[in-house]
Write a protein that binds this ligand. Structure first.
Ligand code: KIV
Length: 292
């Protein structure tokens, strides 16, 4: 780092309330203190990541949900580390401002902590991720400590954790009994204590989202956890109607891109079949003087 780029503590824009040119973890923390909502969405490819980044969202997650929405798999379990790295690299090339977080896929951190740290380092070194996300509660606290010791920021993820689909017996709202609420509160505190910089709260009663947000000092990012979380995240394909099954209750459809694509492609098909495409204006010509 050159002296011209080095900013002594206190001189950075991170200290002001102004929106920074680059989203950082301290800025997300500051947003919580200022009660400014943290805006997050998933992305899996260059084009959508670039549009999202230019729209000014705070955090982009290369979620393992891509297994379902990009690859048509029934759940997130089969996606591999190498596949996640490939998608993350494409997103990295697009994202200039948002914080880029990569989801560690099932099997890449459950075997042992040493392997988990080595795999997380691959996301940073080979794909340019600025942080990783892992699913699980207090059982992951020790891994979170190892990752943060290795200078890799970690976003936790509790509640409805899709990698636990078989244990949960399906994608079911969690935290519906007092015992389950106590367990999730303990999980959240353990992850914060271990060093997570933020926590995704998925699929839980809004009352629990409210309590966890009040109890934690790190930002909570809700998805199906009610309006009181410090931020919200949605799967891009859900919010754009690029999926093929009815949306979950918490999904709001902001556009029907699926219908636009269908309509555009059908129109193109008609134009080709009727020789309406391409036209003279859409064709190249030999240079003047060159005759066949
Ligand atoms: O994989 C994913 O997209 C996620 C978000 C839903 C939080 O984990």
């Amino acid at each position: 780092m050159s002296l011209t780029t080095f900013q002594p503590a206190g001189s950075s824009t991170q200290r002001s309330n102004a929106t920074p040119a680059k989203v950082t973890i301290p800025w997300l923390q500051q947003k919580k203190s200022l009660r400014q909502p943290v805006t997050c969405v998933t992305a899996y490819d260059y084009a959508s990541a670039r549009l999202i980044d230019e729209a000014g969202l705070d955090l982009i997650l290369v979620g393992d949900s891509l297994a379902m929405v990009m690859q048509g798999q029934p759940d997130t379990l089969a996606i591999t580390l190498d596949e996640m790295l490939l998608y993350t690299r494409g997103v990295r090339r697009a994202v200039k401002r948002a914080l880029l977080v990569a989801d560690m896929p099932f099997g890449s951190y459950q075997v042992d902590e040493r392997e988990g740290v080595a795999n997380a380092i691959r996301f940073v070194k080979e794909a340019g991720a600025e942080a990783v996300k892992i699913e699980g509660g207090a059982n992951r606290a020790s891994l979170v400590r190892r990752l943060t010791d290795a200078e890799i920021p970690v976003m936790g993820h509790i509640g409805l954790t899709p990698q636990s689909v078989h244990r949960m017996g399906g994608y079911k709202v969690q935290g519906k009994t007092l015992a389950a609420v106590d367990k999730l509160r303990a999980d959240a505190l353990a992850l914060q204590e271990a060093g997570c910089f933020a926590l995704v709260l998925e699929g839980m009663p809004r009352e629990l989202g409210t309590i966890l947000t009040a109890e934690l000092t790190i930002p909570t990012i809700g998805i199906g956890a009610g309006p009181d979380c410090d931020g919200q995240i949605l799967v891009l394909h859900d919010m754009l109607s690029l999926t093929f099954s009815p949306p979950a209750k918490f999904v709001r459809r902001y556009a029907d891109i699926g219908a636009h694509i269908r309509q555009a492609v059908e129109e193109y098909k008609r134009d080709v079949e009727s020789r309406n495409f391409p036209t003279e204006e859409e064709s190249y010509h030999l240079p003047a003087g060159v005759q066949l």
